[in-house]
Design a protein around this ligand. Sequence first.
Ligand SMILES: [Zn+2]
Ligand SMILES: [Zn+2]
Length: 394
Amino acid sequence: MNSFLEKANGIMDEIVAIRRDIHAHPELGHKEVRTSALIREKLETYGVDEIQSLTETSVVAVIKGKKGHGKCIALRTDIDALPVEEETGLPFASETSGVMHACGHDIHTAMMLGNAKLLCEMRDQFAGTVKLIFQHSEDTFPGGSKELIEQGVMNGVDAILGIHVFPTENDKCGVIGFREGPFTTSADEYLFDITGPGGHGSEPHKVPDPILAAAEMIMMFQQVQARAIAPRDTAIFMMNKIQGGKAPNIISDKVTMVGNARAYTAEARKTIEEYVYRIAEGVEKISGCKIDVHETLGYDACFNDPGLVDWIRPVLGEIIGEDRVEAFPDPMGFSEDFSFYSTLTGVPALFMILQAGTMGEVAPLHNAHCSFNEQAMPYGMAAMTGSAIKFLEQ
Ligand SMILES: [Zn+2]
Ligand SMILES: [Zn+2]
């Protein structure tokens, strides 16, 4: 067995205990007080070189290699939980009503503490620095990564790696998958207020009709994908909430609708944004209604650096076995604030998926029944610790 995997397996009892402790005590974004205290305590025990608190509930650890100066690689985990009432029935299930680690960030955090322990033990094997980022509030908007970047967390960092568990059938447990280029979507929201004076249903010629205007806008938005986005690119823009109208014989005075836009490239995302305003202005003119747009720009899309992808494939093959490294043909449909570590700084980044099995029926992330097989953890730790050391050896 490869030495990184052997070492990761050797600390599993401790890491599983930490994982179950964190799982039983989940905390929402920006409220990770107990979790960050636990992280700090463990990092002190393992003897990292530096512990930074750039925001109230995040923790950043610095580990320096004994072979001298060199590059700096960052490894990132998220530490927050979700407002979900756990229904897994596991013996270490959440003890906090209405809060659950339903996105696996408990596993991420425990694995990252494992990385800290292993890297401290293996200091004499590398030059340069490993920065471990325990990021708060990934699942609660606006996301903790931006705050950490503003506080300088990426200063001096040459590359950053992130990994996310994903519930799967157990035969996939411990297999790591990723692809080059776009990997997760951006996620933006557009709210439209369409208003008119309202009127009598028998006099359609006298007042503008917000419901008709809304219908026209919805149909026009569906053409953006077909006519404004390049065929090789893709985007989603769906109006997923609409409210309006009072009675069959009253011309409505207001319609409110909210759309959700997702894209893998900055170009497609920008195109949607442009068309939102063009269509709103156009329909406003034609319909005579007043149309206000309120936009909430969410996370950027994650882009996996091609150079890092080419480099890490054989490295991971050596560390966890070639049969445990999978090339994903398609990007993921969700969004992640890991993207900002690269888009806001230009630092090359790689985000990976650790397929993590299940402890029962496979339930999706963010679901009350979501569970993972802890046997995936040594593969995640070996992959991250091993890649960090091999990156610094280059
Ligand atoms: Zn999540
Ligand atoms: Zn997550």
